[in-house]
Every structure is written in structure tokens, then in C-alpha cells.
Design a protein around this ligand. Structure first.
Ligand code: ATP
Ligand code: MG
Length: 475
């Protein structure tokens, strides 16, 4: 197993400690790289794959903690283990929260360290297997993965098929968990670029100062810590596709550079003068209200128009009708198979609960709910007891929903009243008489309120004659 593993990186500025760690790991059959500063560690990671890092917390220069932060931002899946001589329980908790895989206080028993390293090695092998499996089944980003029979979802698949083979820039706007990443992946997989790289950058996860160099690369010495020249991700994506996720979070200065890049594919590395050019198709996504961001001057309108050549708007799950159950069954099959259980479906009551829920977290939330239910359920069907308490969640949500910013109580009440009135009118086919009856007010009062709330022009509903008037109402 270890033969397939990339090396492990050790960072310690104390020579003896570094050598004894190295020896211990080599004895166990690991390949080792070691350096004596966090800066060198980061530089090495730029061009070499390692399966984990063991670093001392106190280093001359950049500390192990700052190193951990930087690794989390750049290589979120790389495990980092921190060793320190100055341990306190609180510090331990903070370090784990900051994303370290483990934390060892000096002096520690060698087995403790070996144990932690073995876990990371195992995890690495698993990740590799998973990736190979997915690539093999070829299922990662195919159209079939986008489940749903609602009209909007069918249209969406159709649009993906139409747009994928073109080079059009695509903007995907949708609430969190609606499948934006899935769409972006399918667009690449079905394009003529599918054999070239698909590079995804999450603009919200990378610190603003690093995003530009991540995207466009940097020259050696461009800034402190830029020890080597680094190619940009756009170069990696040359001939393929780059997916800029959470683009609504990109800073304005970088938006300007992206705009220039979009014009003709040219860019310069940070600290460089040479103008470089690549052929990259760009897909961008955000769950932010982009029009609002433009209004607040946080997003450049010209960039929006440049990105918005083709727009995808995956709808929220609550608007997809029966797709909730379709997706629920799909995920249930997946999870019960993976867990070796034979859960056949949902009880009637459980299905009703799923359909009634509002799904603020959309498909991702549904997937998590079904995973949890599959774990908890011991019978042949998912029972309501294995689902979360949606009512409680809905009540919690409602409490925050009724308090939107910048609206007075009068405005909020008027909105609420308007919603009730229009729903009642719709339910009664815009008959004033029946609506007034249902709401237990007079027709006069109904008309008055409608006028006050600006509901429906007169033509939008027909006046009903009363039975006593004897006029023909079949018109
Ligand atoms: N139509 C669908 N069919 C099957 N799975 C879906 C569908 N839509 C979303 N999913 C699944 O739901 C999860 C969330 O989807 P995805 O990550 O694409 O959402 P997103 O819109 O990018 O969310 P965010 O804005 O939070 O990043 C993923 O596990 C994805 O596979
Ligand atoms: Mg996403």
C-alpha cells in the first residue's frame, strides 16, 4: 500500500527532532520529504504531491498554525498534523477546529504518531479508490446524474445539451444546493473540451490576496512567500474549462482583471510583465443575488453582462413538485445499497412530510436528510421518526423570515394581507362574492382593501351578479 503513496512532508526547525521523525517514518516504509520552515513547506507543496504534513507548531518564521491556515485555503483535502511542546486542551480544540487532522503534545508515544499517520495513509488510499471508481463508472458529471422530471429540470437538461458543445460563457444562478456544480460539470463533460482539464476554483474559499495568484499565477519574488514562479490555474485549464464557483464573492479589483481575461484570454502573472494567452471556456456560478450585488456596487455590471451569455437558473427544490419524492427515492437507493440495508421506500406519512417541507437547503438538504434516515431506519420503509423534526425547523425559519431588513411593521402586515387576499381570490376564480364570503367580510370591504393593497386591475376578475339579479352569468 505504501509503495503507491506519495511522500509525507515533515516540517521542523529543530534538526534532531526532524531527523528522528524522518527515521521513524522511513522505518515504517513511508517516503519522506523534510524541510526546516513552513515557507519551504508551502513552496514544496506548490509542485509536489504529498499525502500528509507533520509540522511543529513553533517554527522560526511562519508558525505551524499560520501554515495550517494557508494549507486549508489552498489544498483543503491535505491532512496536517501539528506537534507542539506547549499544549493546552483549549489550544488543542482550536487547532482541530482550524482544520488540523490531529494534534500531538510533546512528549508523545511513537505509536500515537504512527497511528495518526496510518489513518491518513488509509484515507488517501480510499480517496484514490473513490476517484478511480467514479472515473471508471463515468458517472461523475453526466447528464443522467441530474435527476428530475419537473418541466424546468427537463428544460435544464435540454439546455445543457444544446449549450455544452459551444464555447459560450455560462452563468449559473441558483440557491445553495440546487445543483450548480452538477450543471457546470455536465457542461464540461459534454463539451468538445472534455479531454482537457476541468478546473474548479471556489472564489469564496480562497483569501482575496491569494485568489489572483491562484487564478493567474505569479512570478518568483512577486510578494513575500513567492519563492518560485507559479503557473495560474487558467494555464492548467488551457484547452479546457474553468469553473469559477461563488463568483459573487470576488473582489472588485480582481473582477476588472477577469473582465480583461474574458475579452481575449490574455492575462499577466502577478509580478510579471509578459502578456500570456490561453484558450479557456469559463463557467461561473453564485448563490448570491447578483442583481442586488450590482446595485450595491459590489459586482461590476459589465462583468455580469460578459458572463451572462447563457444563463442557467436551477429552480429551488420546493418548486419542483414530485421531484422531491423522485430524488428522495434515488438517494435512498444509493444510501441503502452503500449501507447494505434493504429499505424499500417511504411510508405514506414520511412521504407526506417530505413533500410538505420547504427545503431551504434544496437537493443537498434532501440528500442529507435521506442519508440520516437510511442510517436510523430499522424497518423496511422510512418512517416519519427517522426524519428530522421539520415543523421545528420551519418554525425556526419562519421566525427569522418575518424579519427582513428595511421593512416597517405596516409594510410587513400589508404584504401578508396582500398574500392572503390574492390567494383567496385565486382559489375563488376571482369571484368577488365568493372571496368575500370565504374571508367573512362584505364585498364592499373586499373591494376597498383590494384597492388599498393595489391588488389586480378591475379587468382581472369578473363581477358576479347575485342570484337575485337574475342576469345571465354564463358569459
Ligand atoms: N438534480 C439533481 N439530481 C441529483 N443530485 C443532485 C441534483 N441537484 C443537486 N444534486 C446533489 O445535491 C448536492 C448539492 O449540489 P451542488 O453541489 O451542485 O449544489 P450547488 O448549487 O453548487 O450548491 P452551493 O451553492 O451550496 O455550492 C450534490 O450532492 C449534488 O450531487
Ligand atoms: Mg456549489
Amino acid at each position: 500500500m505504501k509503495a503507491k503513496l506519495p511522500p509525507l512532508l515533515i516540517i521542523d526547525d529543530e534538526r534532531n527532532m526532524r531527523l528522528s521523525l524522518e527515521a521513524a517514518m522511513i522505518d515504517e516504509g513511508y517516503t519522506v520529504k523534510s524541510v526546516d520552515s513552513a515557507e519551504q513547506g508551502l513552496a514544496l507543496l506548490e509542485h509536489e504531491a504529498v499525502f500528509m504534513v507533520i509540522t511543529d507548531a513553533r517554527l522560526s518564521g511562519m508558525s505551524g498554525y499560520v501554515f495550517l491556515e494557508q494549507v486549508r485555503a489552498r489544498w483543503p483535502n491535505l491532512p496536517v498534523l501539528i506537534i507542539t511542546a506547549y499544549a493546552t486542551p483549549r489550544l488543542a480544540v482550536e487547532v482541530i477546529k482550524a482544520g488540523a487532522i490531529d494534534y500531538l503534545a510533546k512528549p508523545f508515544a511513537p505509536e500515537e504518531l504512527l497511528h495518526a499517520v496510518a489513518r491518513c495513509a488509509e484515507r488517501h488510499a480510499l480517496l484514490l479508490d473513490n476517484a478511480a471508481l467514479r472515473a471508471h463508472v463515468g458517472e461523475v458529471y453526466q447528464l443522467d446524474c441530474i435527476i428530475g422530471e419537473a418541466g424546468v429540470v427537463r428544460d435544464l437538461r435540454q439546455l445543457i445539451q444544446t449549450v455544452a458543445p459551444t464555447n459560450a460563457t455560462v452563468l449559473i444562478l441558483g440557491e445553495s444546493g440546487t445543483g450548480k456544480e452538477l450543471i457546470a460539470g455536465a457542461l464540461h463533460a459534454l463539451s468538445q473540451r472534455h479531454q482537457a482539464n476541468y478546473v474548479r476554483i471556489n472564489c469564496a474559499a480562497i483569501p482575496e490576496t491569494l485568489l489572483e495568484s491562484e487564478l493567474f499565477g505569479h512570478e518568483k519574488g512577486a510578494f513575500t512567500g513567492a519563492l518560485k514562479q507559479k503557473l495560474g490555474r487558467v494555464e492548467e485549464a488551457d484547452g479546457g474549462t474553468i469553473f469559477l464557483d461563488e463568483i459573487g464573492d470576488m473582489s472588485r479589483p480582481l473582477q476588472a482583471k477577469l473582465l480583461r481575461f474574458l475579452e481575449d484570454g490574455t492575462f499577466t502573472r502577478v509580478g510579471g510583465n509578459e502578456e500570456l494567452k490561453v484558450d479557456v471556456r469559463l463557467i461561473a456560478a453564485t448563490n448570491r443575488d447578483i442583481v442586488d450585488a450590482i446595485r450595491r456596487d459590489q459586482f461590476r455590471e459589465d462583468l455580469f453582462h460578459r458572463l451572462n451569455v447563457v444563463q442557467f437558473r436551477p429552480p429551488p427544490l420546493r418548486e419542483r413538485g414530485d421531484d422531491v419524492l423522485l430524488l428522495a427515492n434515488h438517494f435512498l437507493r444509493q444510501f441503502s445499497q452503500a449501507m447494505n440495508k434493504s429499505i424499500q421506500g417511504f411510508s405514506r406519512a414520511a412521504a407526506a412530510q417530505l413533500q410538505a417541507h420547504h427545503w431551504p437547503g434544496n437537493v443537498r438538504e434532501l440528500r442529507n436528510v435521506i442519508e440520516r434516515a437510511a442510517i436510523l431506519e430499522n424497518s423496511a420503509e422510512i418512517m416519519p421518526e427517522s426524519l428530522p423534526d421539520f415543523q421545528l425547523e420551519t418554525r425556526l425559519r419562519k421566525r427569522s423570515d418575518v424579519l427582513p431588513a428595511n421593512q416597517s411593521l405596516d409594510e410587513l402586515m400589508a404584504n401578508y394581507e396582500r398574500e392572503i387576499m390574492t390567494t383567496a381570490l385565486e382559489c375563488n376564480h376571482f369571484s368577488l362574492t365568493r372571496t368575500a364570503e370565504q374571508l367573512k367580510i362584505s364585498r364592499h370591504a373586499l373591494r376597498y382593501r383590494m384597492q388599498r393593497l393595489n391588488i389586480c386591475p378591475e379587468t382581472a376578475f369578473e363581477e358576479e351578479p347575485t342570484a337575485a339579479s337574475g342576469k345571465d352569468s354564463s358569459r
